[in-house]
Design a protein around this ligand. Structure first.
Ligand code: NAD
Length: 497
């Protein structure tokens, strides 16, 4: 058991290079989800705070203190940030566990990934880009990529550090200035990250952080005319609101939203391995992962066998506090979210699904004040049920049966979401056939969850618009400019007089 320190003091916002309280001095308690204790108070930012951050970012952008320096210089800052993340890795890991609840080993992966993401974009921004075109003489046509301007970045609580870095690293690499808003539930590692940005000497106003409620601070970022682009990760409902709000000022929007991803298991797959991956697919992060394999589809000939083994192993998952090294699954992030997940479990029962295991809040000694839920499995579900259609975002999985490839694909694609999906089979051609038919942006064959800074991340359908990570993730934060140069100026000859 790692003894995690009890409190984090002095959470402030970072606006125009200074640490600030909310202008009206209001705060919001920050809770440790493992025990319900208040670990800090964060500023409850206002519209005025959001505007101050937006103006600081606008001023820094127009002054060219960031967009005007070379890509190599910007890259050198990003490399330094990555090095600092590594230097503070132990502290960041502990803070992430304390704030979000995830086990230390999960938080540790996130921190390492965050450093790697900064390095990736530091390298990418100095790689060749742009294009030239073979147009008729004497013209020369080319395309260059430019920063968009002021980018609003709004993130959720499930990966407080990593989701932030997926946006901050490419946005800064591209030369933008940013107004960033962490989730109100998890402001602690964001605060540490901004201390790092300050420590490496990022010019004033380039990176600004405002905390506070989504409908207040987030809404101001999405609607303000001085914000040129909004990149949002969160729920589909909020994403729709942001898209509508941003439309008034015709902002570019990039949306990473919810999912209800299918995990398809064919009978020819080694059953033990399929169960192993499927458990990881849903219960990693306590199911609070956008790409979680929350719908398992199993070929009917092995369905009963699969369910029995899956339930047997789900019951054995060690649920506990994130700082306990024997913990395999941590708590949910907040009391409010706990209530939402428990509500869905009740709903599943009312809809007529059979609870094969779990379904309860865990109130045993030591966990009774935290927000822990048993790994939960529903069977005998129908495609129309809300527990099959809607994102629960907790340790709750439905296991469905299919008779052939065609039915598997129909069920898999039968929700409004299209974020991720996986296929397990020993038949390579079948795997590719099925994956190609999945209406989803991220797919795996005989695996679940690996994610790479180098490869694009994002969803089809109502799971989002645009892509994070990879070259695509950088392009989200760039404008494309066409430049046409006349290499021999002569009269146009269009008008005779
Ligand atoms: P959420 O939509 O409630 O909140 C996300 C962020 O939006 C928060 O910072 C919140 O304060 C802000 N916000 C809320 N209302 C707003 C408004 N009216 N205007 C502007 N901003 C507003 O989501 P959450 O509960 O924090 O996170 C869970 C969701 O995030 C899940 O649906 C999950 O699938 C999704 N998610 C998606 C990805 C992905 O890559 N597709 C990754 C992680 C999480």
């Amino acid at each position: 058991m790692v003894e995690i320190k009890k409190r984090v003091v002095n959470i402030k916002m970072f606006i125009d290079g200074e640490w600030k309280d909310a202008e009206n001095l209001q705060t919001r308690p920050v809770i440790n989800p493992a025990n319900g204790e208040v670990i800090s108070y964060a500023p409850e930012g206002t519209v005025a705070d959001a505007r101050a951050a937006i103006y600081a970012a606008r001023h820094a952008f127009e002054a060219g203190v960031w967009s005007g320096i070379s890509a190599q210089e910007r890259a050198s800052y990003l490399f330094k940030i990555a090095d600092k993340i590594d230097e503070y890795a132990a502290e960041l890991t502990e803070l992430e566990t304390m704030d979000n609840g995830k086990p230390l080993r999960e938080a540790g992966f996130d921190v390492a990934d965050a450093a790697a993401c900064f390095r990736y974009y530091a390298g990418l921004i100095t790689a060749p880009d742009g294009q030239t075109y073979h147009v008729a003489d004497p013209m020369q046509a080319m395309v260059v990529r430019e920063p968009i301007g002021v980018c609003g970045l709004i993130v959720p609580w499930n990966y407080p550090l990593l989701m932030s870095v997926w946006k901050i690293a490419p946005a800064l690499a591209a030369g933008n200035t940013i107004v960033y808003k962490p989730s109100e539930v998890t402001p602690i590692t964001p605060k540490k990250l901004f201390e790092i940005l300050e420590e490496v000497g990022l010019p004033k106003g380039v990176a600004n952080m405002v905390m506070g409620a989504g409908p207040v601070v987030g809404n101001e970022i999405a609607s303000h005319p001085e914000v040129d682009m909004v990149s949002f990760t969160g729920g589909t409902k909020t994403g729709k609101h942001i898209m509508k709000t941003a439309a008034d000022t015709m902002k570019k929007v990039s949306l990473e939203l919810g999912g209800k991803s299918p995990n398809i298991i064919f009978a020819d797959m080694d059953l033990e391995l399929a169960v192993d991956y499927a458990l990881f697919g849903i219960y990693a992060g306590s199911g609070q992962v956008c790409s979680a394999g929350s719908r398992i589809l199993v070929e009917e000939s092995v369905y009963d066998q699969f369910v029995n083994r899956f339930v047997e192993r789900a019951r054995k998952i060690q649920v506990g506090t994130g700082n306990d090294s024997s913990t395999e699954m941590g708590p949910l992030v907040s009391e409010q979210h706990l209530e939402k997940v428990l509500h869905y479990i009740e709903l599943g029962k009312q809809e007529g699904a059979t609870l094969a295991c779990g379904g309860n809040r865990i109130v045993r000694d030591g966990l009774d004040k935290g927000y822990f839920v048993e790994p939960t499995v529903f069977i005998d579900v129908k495609q129309k049920m809300r527990i099959v259609q809607e994102e629960i975002f907790g340790p709750v999985v439905v296991i469905q049966k299919f008779k052939d490839e065609e039915e598997a694909i129909k069920l898999a694609n039968g929700t409004v979401y299209g974020l991720a999906g996986a296929v397990f089979t020993n038949d390579g051609a079948k795997a590719l056939r099925v994956v190609k038919k999945l209406r989803a942006g991220i797919t795996w064959v005989n695996s679940y969850h690996p994610t790479y800074n180098e490869a694009p991340w994002g969803g089809y359908k109502q799971s989002g618009v645009g892509r994070s990570l990879g070259t695509f993730g950088l392009e989200e934060f760039q404008e494309i400019k066409q430049i046409n140069i006349n290499l021999q100026v002569e009269p146009v000859g269009w008008f005779s007089n």
